[in-house]
Design a protein around this ligand. Structure first.
Ligand code: IDP
Ligand code: MG
Length: 133
């Protein structure tokens, strides 16, 4: 059994489709273990996305999430990390396979509806960041 950290980003929250996105995970044998809606600080986002610090899109990525309502979840299940990544689809919604969350609900490479941890180490790190204490 594995745990992964999923964010439903502001673009998807605004579209009123958080239920549809969560259903996709639930329909694939994944379980929502924890869930909250918060408006994250830039400091928290900077920590979450630290691997991208210095990249051209970094500050705008933070701005697209900074102080906006998002859903933060721990999703649990068999191979949850890779199953969520494949259900989410490619980073760029144009390249995401049909039926994936980003294909269905993403608007652009930046506003791509969801985040899912990339591997075990990232999942552990991100779960600590978002669900500290
Ligand atoms: P991932 O979310 O599929 O793991 P990453 O490469 O880790 O993709 O990028 C993190 C986030 O940064 C993406 O989900 C997307 O919102 C944003 N992003 C990635 N590449 C670009 C880009 O070229 N332009 C604008 N935003 C980007
Ligand atoms: Mg990533």
């Amino acid at each position: 059994m594995e745990r992964t950290l999923v964010l439903i980003k502001p673009d998807a929250v605004k579209k009123n489709i958080i239920g549809k996105i969560i259903s996709i995970y639930e329909e694939h044998n994944l379980v929502v273990e924890k869930l909250k809606m918060i408006s994250p600080t830039r400091k928290l986002l900077r920590e979450h996305y630290e691997e991208h610090e210095g990249k051209s899109f970094f500050e705008e990525l933070l701005s697209s999430l900074d102080s906006k309502e998002i859903i933060v979840m721990i999703i649990r299940g068999e191979r949850a990390i890779s199953v969520v990544r494949s259900l989410n689809g490619a980073t760029d919604p144009v390249k995401a396979k049909e039926g994936t969350v980003r294909n269905l609900y993403g608007s652009s490479i930046r506003h791509n509806a969801v985040h899912g941890s990339s591997d075990t180490e990232a999942a552990e790190r991100e779960i600590k960041i978002w669900f500290a204490g």
